[in-house]
Design a protein around this ligand. Structure first.
Ligand code: HEC
Ligand SMILES: [Cu+2]
Length: 344
């Protein structure tokens, strides 16, 4: 359902950034309507004002202002017409917003890590894209490559500056809130420490687009940029498999963590319960706990690892899992999550 003709254009106009997704076109439609409605209202209000000023100007010394208490018809109109207009704009915005927040099942997932002041992109095959520094010591923003016309889902986290230190170390190195903003896609999402947030888009125009951090996050906030390069599916597949391609897929790293961090001692992969519940089929399942029912998603798994006692799984209330805060890194948690996703 298209509400407004979208002019697909990868070129920025005087007023707006390029339009590289269908949602960006729909967003422009709503924005254009608001702009036009505001302009028409403005002209109408000013014209009426000028007309009344002239028509009802004071003509003589003993001109008296008429005494009018109210006018039902007028009062109803100036409440009802704006109400209808606002509900129309609200519904229109709601439709576009719900499209932005409804995640396609088959989306390509890419992990995004924000820190002061940089972005890092991690693909499931382990390929990682980071910023670099050129010959003049100037920061070169990282470029996330994505396939044309395919939905992409970003799983985003804000982390501390040193990715490989365990969580309890370097407490002064705090993570802060960032915001992942792609003007050409008209999408923006806060990236928050301590939980995962998500965003999706489907780029329909090849090209390179800017990513900005849209939440003031300190000294180098201005320089916290990245790029998204939209290429054909073939080109994307080649790129993904090429230079620096992950030697170790995320799920494989997760399997190693499972063995090395002793998870293996209490969790099976084949469906049999052990000291703790099995991981088989855990992903996306509704888990019964002492705090109620929860869907096993990224946040649930992360919390289960860092604060196992926050929610005790039904049937395992008396078993103990040691908290892994301080002995596991965010990268390892991400890998365990990807590993658990594969255990259908
Ligand atoms: C000493 C045994 C033990 C070890 C070691 C252990 N766990 Fe657990 N784990 C448990 C128990 C018991 C539960 C269920 C009780 C609870 O929720 O705290 C659990 C629950 C979980 C859950 C939630 C499972 C569900 O079905 O909802 C996850 C995820 C998890 N552990 C991950 C890990 C990871 C990752 C590791 C290794 C880094 C690990 N565990 C190591 C005992 C352990
Ligand atoms: Cu930032």
């Amino acid at each position: 359902m298209i509400w407004w003709p979208s002019v697909a254009s990868a070129q920025p106009t005087t007023f707006m950034p390029p339009v590289a997704t269908a949602i960006a076109g729909q967003y422009n439609g709503l924005y254009g309507f608001l702009l036009a409605a505001s302009f028409i209202s403005f002209v109408g209000v000013v014209a009426a004002m000028i007309y009344f000023v002239v028509k009802y100007r004071r003509r003589s010394e003993n001109d008296k202002t008429a005494y009018i208490t109210h006018n039902h018809a007028l009062e109803f109109m100036w409440s009802f017409i704006p109400f209808v207009l606002f509900m129309f704009v609200f519904s229109w915005g709601w439709i576009i917003y719900s499209r932005m927040r409804t995640f396609p099942e088959d989306a390509l997932e890419v992990h995004v890590v924000a820190k002061k002041w940089d972005w890092r992109f991690i693909y499931k095959n382990g390929k990682e894209v980071t910023s670099s520094v050129d010959a003049n010591n100037k920061r070169v923003p990282p470029t996330m490559v994505v396939p044309l016309g395919r939905p992409v889902k970003l799983i985003m986290a804000s982390e501390r500056q040193v990715p490989s230190t365990p969580l309890s170390e370097a407490p002064t190195d705090r993570a802060v809130i960032h915001s992942f903003y792609v003007p050409a896609f008209r999408v923006k999402q806060d990236v928050v420490p301590g939980r995962y947030t998500a965003l999706w888009f489907q780029a329909d125009q090849p090209g390179e687009y800017w990513v900005f951090c849209a939440e003031y996050c300190g000294t180098s906030h201005f320089d916290m940029t990245a790029k998204i390069k939209v290429v054909s599916v073939d080109e994307f597949e080649n790129w993904l498999a090429s230079e620096g391609a992950g030697e170790l897929p995320l799920a494989e790293l997760g399997r190693q963590v499972y063995a090395q961090k002793a998870c293996i001692g209490c969790h099976t992969l084949d469906g049999r319960p052990s000291v703790g519940p099995t991981w088989k089929g855990l992903w996306g399942r509704k888990v019964q706990t002492d705090k109620g029912e929860f869907v096993a998603d990224e946040d649930y798994i992360r919390e289960s690892i860092l604060e196992p006692n926050a929610k005790k799984v039904k049937g395992f209330e008396n078993a103990v899992m040691p908290p892994y805060t301080g002995t596991i890194t965010e990268d390892e948690i991400r890998a365990v999550i990807e590993f658990i996703k594969t255990l259908k």
